[in-house]
Design a protein around this ligand. Structure first.
Ligand code: MEV
Length: 326
């Protein structure tokens, strides 16, 4: 069977499908690992779709990714753990034969939630293949179990945001929708073209915080203040103020050492092109940055400036609710 056929195999009685999408953190990455609040938006155009096909005569689970490079094996430690947890939850015993195929438009290693989205799409597909209904809390726990294996100290923000339909404020495992919408404002996300490892970045900071007394508290307090102020800005429709918080958060992330020269250049280019604010997004040490534009024309100008400064890809996400999916 061709990969495309497999993904369209929903009609098969022994197959199930699942979907998720990428995410971008607006404020609070890294600090959220230590209990600070963080703001995050879904990126609905960056989807991950999974098909799980049961193989009744087999025992063993395969995970593969399909895309322009053909079908390649998917890193499985976290995903195998997720399946073990799903089996326990669903009370499945005995041999289990399953092929899971994921197609994802979310670039890997760019801080856009690729691993959590693949895990979410996979577990929804597996549950669908077994006719097992999972509630939102169960999906979160299963995705988190996989994220913890893949990333070590995962705060849970990616596990929630990759299934969210609106911007969220997240703190210590609890998420609330942000009512804020804007008819014109949009976020421009740019890929620096350099992969970054969230695990590495989180470990780097953990080491730094351990070595230099007080740094963790100082960073977490400063980010918490910024995020709290940003929530006040949103409630008051103060978009200039909100943008300023993003840039201030970038300066803090620069100071603790998770930005890169490319990301810094993209941030400065976005601000020069009229961005209300700009910062790194996600774990850092490469990956992506995000800028806030007040208007659609502003977003187009920022996008141009980012490409001229070396961005390899950009995406525009309006500050509105997105469509719901599985
Ligand atoms: C990753 O998207 C965000 C980090 O704060 C890690 C986490 O919260 O799990 C860097």
């Amino acid at each position: 069977m061709q990969p495309t056929d497999l993904l369209a195999a929903k009609a098969a009685p022994n197959a199930g499908t699942g979907r998720a999408h990428g995410k971008a953190i607006l404020l609070g990455e890294h600090a959220v690992v230590y209990g600070a609040p963080a703001l995050v938006i879904p990126i609905p155009q960056l989807t991950a779709t999974a098909t799980a096909t049961r193989r009744p005569d087999a025992d063993g689970i395969t995970f593969a990714m399909t895309g322009s490079a053909g079908v390649t094996p998917l890193a499985t430690d976290g995903l195998q753990h997720l399946v073990a947890e799903f089996r326990r939850l669903a009370g499945l015993s005995g041999p289990l034969g399953l092929d899971v195929l994921v197609r994802s438009a979310i670039p890997q290693g760019r801080g856009l939630g690729s691993s959590a989205a693949c895990a979410r799409a996979a577990v929804l597909a597996i549950a669908d293949a077994y006719g097992h209904r999972l509630d939102a809390g169960e999906v979160y726990d299963l995705v988190q179990s996989s994220e913890r294996v893949a990333h070590g100290r995962a705060s849970g923000i990616d596990a929630v945001a990759t299934g969210a339909t609106s911007a969220l404020v997240f703190r210590s495992g609890v998420a609330h929708e942000l009512p804020s919408e804007h008819p014109d404002a949009a976020f421009v996300i740019a890929d620096s073209g350099v992969g970054g490892s969230t695990k590495e970045a989180v470990e780097l900071l953990a080491g730094r915080f351990e070595r230099v007394a007080g740094t963790r508290e100082k960073f977490v307090t400063a980010v918490t203040e910024l995020t709290t102020a940003a929530l006040r800005d949103l409630a008051a429709d103060e978009w200039d103020g909100f943008g300023g918080r993003l840039t201030a958060n970038h300066r803090l992330l620069q100071e603790i050492g998770v930005s890169t020269e490319q990301i810094d250049a993209l941030v400065e280019a976005a601000l020069k092109a009229g961005g209300l604010g700009a910062k790194i997004t996600g774990g850092g040490l490469g990956g992506c940055m995000i800028a806030l534009a007040g208007t659609a024309t502003g977003a187009a100008a920022i996008r141009r400036a980012l490409h001229e400064t070396g961005a390899v890809r950009t995406w525009v996400v309006p500050m509105r609710r997105s469509a719901r999916h599985g």
